[in-house]
Design a protein around this ligand. Structure first.
Ligand code: PHE
Length: 439
């Protein structure tokens, strides 16, 4: 029964695949727009705190669960704690969240396809900031083109997932991730040459503590989960493909650092332009699309950089959507025993269908976005922490970490975080937002 699992071939493959899942529209589209809506620097500070205090430990827990059990997230809980049926909830919530996220994620990815075409057709040039905003508003509120691009994007995602782990996911991410990083750096340099650079950077980096309230904290927490791809079993599923010799703590830290770096760099590229071109920082989900074309219009070689940027964004989106679809496919193949091809087809059709509804009804798009990140993922986060901290406990954790020279101290700190800090911190944020706590 125990088939040998497909596995990533080396360390770089693991990190590239996990980073490929983490780095995506979440960093370049969602992070700047959510930060812009939630007051700037103060949000960034809380976000960074959550990445370190909760994100890295939860990511490590997922990797550990997956590798220990050698199963995707569904089978994993069954194997590690056979008597505790309750933890099935994590898998079920994970698949549901992956479903909902992919349905709106693919819509935004479709926007990047549209913008790639516009860039290639040289249609973003010589437009005023207002014209660019109108253009985005017209496009995103229309129906047919966004649906068409949604279909195109889902077909690309399905194509990669059908290939399986080694032939599909790993091959693409290994090459594409480093390219992504370089292009963002070039954009940052150009943004820093703009007139709005100082204002943009102080919006991003200077915390205004009066802006902090329960919602800002909740959004920062949700963004941390969304951006790291945690709380959904994705990282656990990848963990099950990681060989025993790899160091999980290093993997979790490298992926989180890379992910955070890209998000902050995206902020550095976007906010100077927001202020230089008189765009509102809280312009919402269209922020990246209405802001960056203004930079391309001004910079040397803007035509080529615009194309490079949107292609890059598309690639980043693709490596993330592949991981989202992979969770659903893993579920269908392992629990319902369909072939990989059939499972991929089925999942793709269902997600695309839901995506079409997200295009037609923007409130669905917004609510899926809000509820998945801010509630579903952190709730799973509590369960994952509790599972590793309290249930499978120190012995497993030690064995997984100390094998690679992880110190006793680190294991101790990790266990305290997972047992107490992470679950309580997340619960407090929820209670505050539900009005149960008057802080
Ligand atoms: N982390 C991805 C991004 O930043 C999105 C994602 C969320 C992917 C959840 C998988 C799971 O774009």
């Amino acid at each position: 029964m125990n088939q040998k699992r497909d596995s990533f071939s080396d360390k770089f493959g693991v990190i590239a695949a996990a980073a490929g899942s983490a780095i995506g529209l979440g960093n370049i589209w969602r992070f700047p727009y959510v930060l812009g809506e939630n007051g700037g620097g103060a949000f960034l500070l809380i976000y960074l705190f959550f990445i370190v205090a909760i994100g890295v430990p939860v990511m490590l827990s997922e990797l550990l669960i997956g590798r220990r059990a050698q199963r995707s997230v569904f089978g994993a809980f069954k194997i590690l704690a056979p008597g505790l049926k309750f933890f099935k909830v994590v898998g079920v919530m994970g698949v549901s969240a992956a479903f909902l996220i992919l349905s709106f994620y693919a819509v935004v990815a479709g926007w990047t396809v549209e913008y790639t075409m516009l860039a290639v057709g040289n249609q973003l040039v010589d437009k005023t900031p207002v014209e660019l905003s109108d253009m985005f508003a017209d496009f995103s509120s229309s129906v047919w083109r966004p649906i068409l691009y949604l279909l195109v994007f889902m077909a690309m995602t399905a194509g990669i997932v059908i290939g399986g782990v080694k032939n599909g996911i790993e091959k693409y991410t290994k090459v594409l991730m480093p390219i992504l990083f370089v292009i963002i750096l070039v954009l940052c340099v150009n943004a820093l040459l703009l007139d709005g650079a100082v204002e943009g950077l102080s919006f991003l980096f200077q915390p205004d503590f009066s802006k902090i309230n329960g919602i800002v904290v909740l959004e920062a927490l949700g963004q941390a989960f969304f951006s790291l791809s945690i709380g959904m079993g994705i990282i656990a599923t990848y963990g099950s493909y990681i060989q025993k010799k790899e160091n999980l703590l290093n993997t979790a830290i490298s992926v989180s650092v890379a992910d955070t770096l890209i998000a902050v760099l995206a902020g550095v590229a976007i906010f100077p332009a927001v202020f230089a071109f008189g765009i509102q920082p809280d312009a919402g989900p269209g922020l990246v699309f209405v802001t960056l074309p203004n930079i391309f219009n001004q910079m040397f070689g803007g035509y080529f950089f615009a194309i490079a940027f949107f292609v890059l964004l598309l690639i980043a989106a693709l490596t993330s959507s592949v991981s989202l679809l992979e969770v659903v496919v893993a579920y269908i193949t392992e629990e319902i025993h369909l072939s990989r091809q059939k499972a991929t087809l089925l999942a793709t059709v269902m997600v695309t269908f839901l995506g079409v509804f997200c295009v037609i009804y923007p409130f669905l798009f917004d609510s899926f976005d809000y509820v998945t990140s801010n509630f579903m993922l952190p709730i799973s986060g509590i369960l994952i922490s509790v599972f590793v901290g309290w249930i499978i406990g120190k012995q497993h954790t030690k064995e997984e970490l100390e094998a690679h020279g992880g110190s006793v101290k680190i294991v101790g700190v990790l266990i305290v975080i997972l047992k107490i800090v992470a679950p309580f911190a997340i619960a407090l944020v929820f209670m505050k937002n539900l009005g149960l706590l008057d802080l």
